[in-house]
Design a protein around this ligand. Sequence first.
Ligand code: HEM
Length: 457
Amino acid sequence: MQYVMGMMHTFIYILLCLYTLLSYFNPKKQKRKTNEKAKKLPPGSMGWPYIGETLQLYSQDPNDFFAKKQRRYGDIFKTHILGCPCVMLASPEAARFVLVTRAYLFKPTYPKSKETMIGSSALFFHQGDYHNHLRKLVQSSLSPEAIRKLIPDIEDVGISALESWASEQVINTFHEMKKFSFEVGILSVFGHLDEKYREELKENYCVVDKGYNSFPTSLPGTAYHKANLVRKRLGQTLTESQITDNIIGVLFAAQDTTASVLTWILKYLHDDQKLLEAVKEEQKAINESNGGGKKPLTWAQTRNMPVTYKVIMESLRMASIISFTFREAVVDVEYEGYLIPKGWKVTPLFRNIHPNPEFFPDPKHFDPSRFEVHDNCTAKVAPKPNTFMPFGNGVHACPGNELAKLEMLILVHHLVTKFRWEVVGSQSGIEYGPFPVPLKGLPAKFGKESSTQEVFI
Ligand code: HEM
């Protein structure tokens, strides 16, 4: 018996030796090894073991962190943040490579906590067939044909928000804008939703917004009703968790983003009275043609607000509220002679591209004329390809961009024609929560334009 066992061991040993020898001389394997050696990682620094450079990123203005790296290492550099090795890309060509032309080599990736909070079936976390299918559904509910019907409702939501701000002393502009963009998000997902359910949804969503992991998949007594509403709207059957995750996902994607940009728009207009006058002039003419606001805005009018439109575009550029987007290499990828190893995160840095003087001269100056447009808001001089990506690019580019622009145009229309505002306290500084917004959410006092009372004491 012992003899047989001994023979077996020898046999296995010989097999292992043979396998190792064969693999060593396997030309395919050899080639891969030589290739990997030939390709080098991009320049950069990986910081401390485990924590990498996360502390450096969060202990300073992220702008400075990225800008310093780009100055030191160029448009492609490696770092290690939030527990992941990462290649950051600061050129338009590299952004296009990752997001558009070689998008199939990179999958979307988010911190696990975010995925758990929103729900793993939400479209941003996927690629391929499931993503395509969902994206078509979401896109159809955010298409121009769908959103143009929402104009009167968005106007109502905007006017009542502005009225409420004017009745208060000082408001946190960003917090109030979040309420507005959330209401518009609900409109785009559910259409008209009964007041009771809307309030319940808001209450529950607030929990998600604060970072808890417990969004109830069904609101008491209303799950069936809502699921049906959404099913009807999307015209397809999805599982309940797919519906829930995507509802939360869309609301999540719609709220802080739009609210941050709106807050910046108010700051930029406040800081440039001449520009504010030009916007007022444009909007007052539209208001008068609507009988002093007696008639609702039309789709055509919202498509013909060139001055305001340019302010929105320049605000999107200046604020760059989505600093970068995260992808993960699904295989070893070679870019410009550098290796991006499989499993590494890849981040196209919008925040470094938008303020690059090569693409936008005098980039720190707020200058809407860079986005010169025809009367119908089609671009006269478009920025160079892939240099202006506030809504991303490629298969995951923002499907809500038209709605975002529409709600911003509508709010600004009512704001400048009927109200005025004054920023209170410090007028400079940025805070990140996580998107950049003016310090303390831009505290401001609002008043009615027609009011004879002086509101700003
Ligand atoms: C000014 C406001 C907004 C900005 C700046 C913005 C920006 C972006 C960006 C940069 C992306 C791409 C992210 C990536 O590539 O990883 C994105 C995706 C997305 N956005 Fe927006 N967004 C805004 C408003 C909205 C609104 C109003 C909605 C919906 C009502 C929305 C829904 C979405 C969805 C569903 C995705 C994921 C698309 C996909 O993965 O296929 N966004 N957004």
